[in-house]
Design a protein around this ligand. Structure first.
Ligand SMILES: Cc1cc2nc3c(=O)[nH]c(=O)nc-3n(C[C@H](O)[C@H](O)[C@H](O)COP(=O)(O)O)c2cc1C
Length: 308
C-alpha cells in the first residue's frame, strides 16, 4: 500500500531521510533504514575534504533550527568506503534505497563525483541549494538557471549506468519555476524541494553577537513547511518530472499535504532531532490508517490530489 516508484526506483514507502541529518556514516544510515525509512540520503560530500565551519553550527529558534555546518565533508575517497557499507536490504528482506548527495563548485566537479560513485548508490542528489556554502558552491549555483542547467547536464552526461539524477533546489530565488524547468530541460530525472530557507540569523542578546560562528545559516523545521508546500505545488503544476518534497515534516498529516501538493516521496530532516528515529515507523502506521479511512489504495492516487 505504501510503495511508491520514482524514476524506476521502487521504494517500500515514501519516507526518506533528508541530506545532512544522521547521514555521515553507513552505520547511522543503516540504523535509519532498519527503523522503517524507505530510503536514505547521505550528508552532502565533495571531492576534497572540507572541515566546515567552527562551532556553534546549529541553533534552535521558534519553529525549527538554523544551521551553518558549512558542508563539512571527508572527501569522496573516504566517503566511498561508507557508501559500500550501506545495506542493500533491511532485516525484513526489503530493498533499501541509498541516495548520495554531492556538491561541488562547477560542472566538472559534479561530473567527476557522479562517475566515482554511481555504481555504489541507487540515485544521486545534486546539492545546488545550500544557503550557507562556501563561495561558488550550493545556492550560488541553484540561484542561477544557467549554472543549474550546466551542472545537471554535466552530471547526466557523466552517468554510464543510468543512475537517476535528482536536482535539489533552493526556495531562496525569485522564480523557482524557471530554475526547476532549467533542471528538467538539462535532463534531471527528479527534483527535491526544498533546501533550508533564508539565510537567517539569531543574536545572543547577552553577548550582543550572532550565535552561529558563520553568523547566518539555513532555517529548517516546521516553520518552513508552508514555503515547501507552495514550491512543490508550483513545480508539480509546471514540470513533468517527479518531485521529492522536504521541509518541516513532523507527522503523517504533513506527509499527506506534500503528496497532495504533488510530491511522489518526502524527506524528513530536522524533526528527527526532536522525535527520534521512530518517526519513520510512527508516520508509516498513521499514513496507512489515513489511506484506508479515505479509500486510497496507493500512494500514486494521492500524488497531486490538491492540484486536480
Ligand atoms: C543540520 C542540517 C544539515 C543539513 N545538511 C544538508 C546537506 O548536507 N545537504 C543538503 O542538501 N541539505 C542539507 N540540509 C537540508 C535538509 O536536507 C532539508 O532540505 C531541510 O532541512 C528542510 O527539511 P527539514 O525541515 O525536514 O529539516 C541540512 C539540514 C540540517 C538541519
Amino acid at each position: 500500500m505504501l510503495k511508491t516508484e520514482l524514476c524506476g526506483i521502487k521504494f517500500q514507502n515514501p519516507l526518506i531521510l533528508a541530506a545532512g541529518v544522521m547521514g555521515s556514516t553507513a552505520s547511522s544510515l543503516n540504523w535509519i533504514l532498519e527503523s522503517g525509512a524507505g530510503g536514505v540520503v547521505t550528508k552532502s560530500f565533495s571531492i576534497n575534504p572540507n572541515k566546515g565551519y567552527k562551532n556553534p553550527t546549529t541553533v534552535a529558534v521558534k519553529g525549527g533550527i538554523i544551521n551553518a555546518i558549512g558542508l563539512s565533508s571527508p572527501g569522496v575517497k573516504k566517503f566511498k568506503s561508507e557508501l559500500k557499507l550501506i545495506n542493500k536490504k533491511n532485516m525484513n528482506g526489503d530493498e533499501n534505497i541509498a541516495i548520495a548527495s554531492i556538491y561541488g563548485s562547477n560542472s566538472d566537479e559534479f561530473a567527476y563525483m557522479v562517475n566515482e560513485i554511481e555504481s555504489l548508490v541507487d540515485m544521486i542528489e545534486l546539492n545546488v541549494s545550500c544557503p550557507h556554502a562556501m563561495t561558488g558552491c550550493g545556492a550560488a549555483i541553484g540561484q542561477d538557471s544557467d549554472l543549474t542547467y550546466e551542472v545537471v547536464k554535466a552530471s547526466k552526461k557523466a552517468t554510464s549506468s543510468n543512475t537517476p539524477i535528482i536536482a535539489k533546489l533552493t526556495p531562496n530565488v525569485t522564480d523557482l519555476i524557471q530554475i526547476a524547468k532549467s533542471a528538467e530541460k538539462a535532463g534531471a530525472d527528479a527534483i527535491t524541494l526544498i533546501n533550508s530557507v533564508g539565510p537567517g540569523m539569531k543574536i545572543d542578546i547577552n553577548a550582543g553577537t550572532p550565535i552561529l560562528s558563520n553568523k547566518f545559516g539555513g532555517m529548517s523545521g516546521p516553520a518552513i513547511k508552508p514555503i515547501a508546500i507552495r514550491c512543490v505545488y508550483d513545480a508539480y503544476t509546471n514540470c513533468n518530472i517527479p518531485i521529492i518534497g522536504v521541509g518541516g515534516i513532523s507527522n503523517y498529516e504533513d506527509v499527506v499535504e506534500f503528496l497532495y501538493a504533488g510530491a511522489s516521496a518526502v524527506q524528513i530532516g530536522t524533526s528527527i532531532m526532536y522525535e527520534g528515529i521512530d518517526i519513520f515507523s510512527k508516520i508509516k502506521d498513521k499514513l496507512k490508517f489515513f489511506m484506508k479511512e479515505n479509500d486510497f489504495k496507493s500512494i500514486d492516487e494521492m500524488i497531486g490530489y490538491a492540484n486536480k
